[in-house]
Design a protein around this ligand. Structure first.
Ligand code: PLP
Ligand code: TYF
Length: 397
């Protein structure tokens, strides 16, 4: 019956977690999956979130279906956070936003919409990118290509190659972009570089699709949205997928959003309707609980202030771990430049380790990184950083 069905070998990142979980060595360290762990190596329950959860638990209420587009209070919170509450595109009603099943769900609904209405368009992801960008866009029917991005020689961006590539693309090509905290490299564009890229996008009439999963982990909540706000200001046909999985530490609640900035309110209403149509035919409506929690945190000024301080504490802890790793490596492996550990932003670092070195870390030291050399810096903490740094130094010798 099912002999013709292809075997699925699993997702490399999620499979690595399983291998890690089975590892019985006490010293094991998980730097593979992109999850924020606190200084004790635990997934945090944010206090801002905990307060709302407590209130909800002490006054249980019915759980009706949300509408296809999700909770209104949540959708407006997403808009305010991404665009800033007074952004003209927002006040003019030109942004269509729906609540989605995480950032992944936003990518899926956005990709389905774009492929349906721009069937000739190809999509392009950065080289490298989060693997599921390709998976989700291919799943929606797109042919997916890559654009030049990471330059191992400089541990920076191949900026000239990238912009030349963008400048060669046909109208309506969809560019999947990371506005901050690039996954997997940690290498971001500067505001000036964004200005140049967005100008090419305008000139070539491309469709920017910005995927933001780490807002607040790079610079701050506003500066991390620089490219989004600038693109909206320029009147570009911008798509944004956003995720609260990391910055609210609400992974399993699947809290995300999809926004499209449109030329007019009339077009925004049409796009909004199509988003609902797309949702209806996949899962009908999103989940309620996480959206209530996120909306309460975002829309209650004291809770928002508390949440902001908690996001910045996570950001600062990651930065401190970068510095800590740098300090040990600079001392132990002279003659090699480790500046990139400090310069990269967000949860991830492309370490420059080869696949052989990554495997040695795993086999000899029980330190888990992705084969690409991507490390989740948020897996480091005061109890393991010395051990990890020494292991890195050992395999780099
Ligand atoms: N986009 C990027 C760049 C990510 O790194 C991730 C998660 O790791 C996602 C999207 C997916 O977010 P979510 O877990 O909310 O579906
Ligand atoms: O570590 C990463 O890059 C992600 C994490 O449903 C992830 O792949 C894991 C599960 C999921 C979404 C993202």
């Amino acid at each position: 019956m099912y002999r013709h069905v292809e075997f699925y070998a699993g997702d490399p990142i999620l499979s690595l977690v399983e291998v890690y979980n089975r590892d019985t060595r006490a010293e094991k360290v998980n730097l593979g999956i992109g999850i924020y762990f606190d200084s004790e190596g635990k997934m945090p329950v944010l206090e801002s979130v905990g307060r709302v959860e407590h209130d909800l638990a002490t006054s249980p209420r019915p759980c009706p279906y949300l509408p296809m587009e999700g909770l209104a209070a949540y959708r407006s919170a997403v808009q305010n956070l991404l665009f800033g509450a007074s952004h003209p595109a927002l006040t003019e009603g030109r942004i269509a936003t729906i609540q989605t099943l995480g950032g992944s769900g936003a990518l899926k609904v956005g990709a389905d919409f774009l492929h349906r209405w721009f069937p000739e368009a190809k999509a392009y992801v950065s080289d490298p990118t989060w693997d599921n960008h390709k998976g989700i866009f291919e799943g929606a029917g797109f042919e997916v290509g890559t654009y030049p991005y990471y330059d191992p020689a400089t541990v920076g961006v191949k900026f000239d190659e990238m912009t030349a590539f963008f400048d060669s693309l046909p109208e309506n090509s969809v560019l999947i972009l990371h506005p901050c905290c690039h996954n997997p490299t940690g290498v971001d564009l500067s505001p000036e570089q964004w200005d140049t890229v967005l100008e090419i996008i305008r000139k070539r009439k491309l469709i920017p699709f910005m995927d933001i999963a780490y807002q607040g982990f790079g610079g701050d909540l506003d500066s991390d949205a620089y490219a989004i706000r600038k693109a909206a200001e320029m009147g570009l046909p911008l798509f944004v997928s956003n995720s609260f999985s990391k910055n609210l530490s609400l992974y399993g609640e699947r809290v995300g959003g999809l926004s499209a900035v449109c030329p007019s309110k009339e077009e925004a209403d049409i796009v909004f309707g199509q988003f609902k149509f797309t949702v209806r035919r996949i899962y009908s409506s999103p989940a309620a609980h996480g959206a209530y929690v996120a909306a309460e945190v975002m829309n209650t000024p004291e809770l928002f202030a508390l949440w902001q301080s908690e996001v910045y504490a996570m950001r600062d802890r990651i930065r401190a771990m970068r510095q800590g790793l740098y300090d040990v490596l600079a001392a132990k492996v002279p003659g090699r430049n480790f500046d990139y550990f400090i310069k990269q932003r967000g949860m991830f670092s492309y370490t420059g380790l080869t696949v052989e070195q990554v495997h040695r870390l795993r086999d000899e030291f029980a330190v888990y990184l992705l084969d690409s050399g991507r490390m989740c810096v948020a897996g480091l903490n005061p109890a393991n950083i010395e051990y990890v740094a020494n292991a890195f130094a050992e395999v780099l010798k």
